[in-house]
Ligand binder design. Sequence first.
Ligand SMILES: NC(=O)c1ccc[n+]([C@@H]2O[C@H](COP(=O)([O-])OP(=O)(O)OC[C@H]3O[C@@H](n4cnc5c(N)ncnc54)[C@H](O)[C@@H]3O)[C@@H](O)[C@H]2O)c1
Length: 356
Amino acid sequence: MKTLLVTGSSGLIGSEVCAHFGTELGYTVHGLDNNQRAAFFGAQGDNRWNQRRLERDIPGFVHHELDIRERERVVALVAELRPDAIVHTAAQPSHDLAAKIPFDDFDTNAAGTLNLLEAARRGCPESPFVHMSTNKVYGDAPNRIALTELATRWDYADPAYARGIPETFSIDQSKHSLFGASKVAADVMVQEYGRYFGMPTCCLRGGCLTGPNHSGVELHGFLSYLVKCNVEARKYTVFGYGGKQVRDNIHSLDVARFIAEFVAAPRAGEVYNLGGGKGNACSILEAFALAERHTGKPQVHAYVDAPRAGDHICYYSDLGKMRAHYPRWDITRSLDAIVGEIAAAALGRHADGMRA
Ligand SMILES: NC(=O)c1ccc[n+]([C@@H]2O[C@H](COP(=O)([O-])OP(=O)(O)OC[C@H]3O[C@@H](n4cnc5c(N)ncnc54)[C@H](O)[C@@H]3O)[C@@H](O)[C@H]2O)c1
């Protein structure tokens, strides 16, 4: 039986990967997480419920309570397990929070990734290593693309980007936020272990990754947090750009399905822009309308006329390279289906909370 090591296993992407490989693909799954999300975001970000869900639902799942910053323990764990693949999703994921905790951010995102890469090189250099990177590695450079303002969203006016942002887009000389910069360090290091050491590594530069198992908070988890606010009649604050800023959204299951394709036929030092693409893109205003349709509740919101530092005005991923390299993969969950699923889960949790 094959073995998979997933870091950040209690998080949105980590837990989906654990479930997909553990229940659909027959792997023995080892999860590594220390519930750091609760340390980063407080009780709202607490992921223990998700860890318990994995321990309950995935046969043979083993949880390792470990911090990826603990270099020796990480190296020892990988040496002991010698997993057939490593999926690295543990991170400090918020660019707003990074400015408040720069050492924690860099130590987790950059040094933590190096710990895992070096552990893999020593313990299982042949095993595919998938790293969750982010579209924030492009900094705010996408904001320099000529845009057109439509009734409810911004869109690219330049036909060169009609299919979205490709992997060849520059990651240099733009404002990234400290989070974006620590993720650039990790992204380039993951590529280097592929190019320099020939290891089967890849970086997945995520757009908005989402799904019902996200512990969404204001600083991270766009759709999940927006729908949660809608359900609980809590005020959602829009920061700048008229609420017309566009994000592309991908269901965590489609992320896990792509990772499975890469693990089955790995390449070295690859980079993919992994988002929902143009088909699953929406503005915040459009997301309000979608959420309202699925919950039947009005979205309570406020507007602050100042965008978040480094925020994208319009971003959607060009999925062309992913589809070309892995033609069996495509998006299976539409934006409408994603919002419907998140809304159903949020309504259920809200009703449970009201009963408790
Ligand atoms: N969710 C998104 O919209 C999005 C978008 C682009 C990129 N990404 C990237 O995808 C990855 C996964 O994101 P997510 O949404 O699943 O995040 P998440 O916060 O839901 O999950 C991350 C998990 O990592 C754990 N973790 C954090 N620091 C740790 C440490 N030092 N040691 C051990 N565990 C630690 C957390 O407790 C959490 O369970 C991250 O690298 C993130 O930057 C996410």
